[in-house]
Design a protein around this ligand. Structure first.
Ligand code: GDP
Ligand code: CA
Length: 318
């Protein structure tokens, strides 16, 4: 079976680890969010692609969920000694090597999709990882604070400002002119199942959907599209998805996120057992919905979530 997954960082990567365990013989293509990408110290950093690659390739810092295991921070300390910032973004020595290789290949003329494939040749993630686009897309967040009304890079909003300032709008800068990377639309068209892991609906999956052609390809695909809620019991399990959901006028509930995607996109939706009361309203909106445990506490619990998603996909298949 051909499974396509639209993924952000931590939520997407952890789900993929469970999916791989649940569907070992299947061909998994991951369309990764690149709206979080940022240029730092002259280097191109792709946090979500790297989180997927490191997690599935066994190089992730497990507790943290991002960055490399057994990381050291000499380069960061040296930069600081020169007074060169920003110092709020954590780039460790091992991680730096990935960004150096990526930047060097991009400078040599390779598109990001080819660079990602080359990086994955080392990590062997066991999935085909494709960036959503080879074109530059950067999510910016419109905020208003003591320094006035301004747009900041998503990483500055999230990592430096800890999403404490209210987000007024989320702007995927460059998305409207971006083309899907080679293989993205083909993978969706040829998929047997499309899954939305419990990734951020606005700044991870929402950004992938903002690349022209992707939403339409999903709507036209034969494959059922099934998503899993990142919101459990009225709050994100981890991170600050509630802040960016508020910015797009969506309540932080499992049901509201399903209705935000809508029946034109989603055929099925899984909510956590804590949110079982949300099932009827989602079904009334035209999306098949089931309540199952959705906490990715370990690989087996996550594999059970993946099996539930695949089972729902079979149920709704036309
Ligand atoms: P990011 O790019 O690193 O922020 O990662 P994603 O966008 O892929 O995923 C972030 C989302 O994962 C957050 O909104 C969390 O609520 C969600 N998440 C993290 N752990 C879990 C979990 O165990 N269960 C569920 N249902 N969602 C989770
Ligand atoms: Ca991300």
């Amino acid at each position: 079976m051909r499974i396509v997954v639209l993924a952000g960082g931590i939520g997407g990567a952890r789900f993929l680890r469970g999916l791989k365990a649940a569907a070992p013989g299947d061909e998994i293509t991951v369309i990764g969010n690149t709206g979080d990408d940022i240029h730092l110290f002259g280097l191109k950093v792709c946090p979500d692609l790297d989180t997927v690659m490191y997690t599935l390739g066994g190089g992730i810092h497990e507790e943290q969920g991002w960055g490399r295991a057994a990381e050291t921070w000499s380069v960061k300390e040296e930069l600081k000694a020169y007074g060169v910032g920003p110092d709020w973004f954590g780039l460790g020595d091992r991680d730096f090597a990935t960004h150096i290789v990526r930047t060097q290949m991009l400078a040599a003329g390779y598109p990001l999709s080819a660079v990602t494939e080359a990086l994955c040749a080392r990590w062997q993630p066991g999935v085909r990882l494709i960036p959503m686009s080879d074109d530059r897309v950067e999510t910016h967040v419109l905020i208003e604070d003591g320094e006035g009304r301004r747009a900041v890079h998503f990483q500055e909003y999230w990592v430096r400002l800890h999403a404490e300032v209210q987000a007024q709008a989320i702007l995927p800068v460059g998305a409207e002119d971006a083309k899907p990377a080679p293989g993205v639309l083909e993978a969706i068209a040829e998929a047997d199942v499309v899954l939305f892991p419990p990734s951020n609906p606005v700044v991870s999956i929402g950004t992938i959907l903002a690349v022209p052609g992707v939403r339409q390809a999903l709507a036209e695909a034969d494959a059922p599209v099934v998503g899993l809620s990142p919101i459990v019991g009225g709050a994100p399990v981890r991170g600050m998805a509630d802040k960016v959901l508020a910015a797009v006028g969506v309540e932080s509930t499992a049901g509201a996120v399903a209705r935000h995607y809508g029946p034109g996109l989603l055929d099925g939706w899984l909510v956590d057992t804590a949110d079982a009361a949300a099932v009827p309203a989602v079904e009334e909106a035209g999306i098949a919905c089931r309540a199952v445990p959705l906490m990715m506490t370990d690989v087996e619990a996550t594999a059970a979530m993946a099996r539930a998603a695949l089972a729902l996909a079979e149920e709704v298949r036309g």
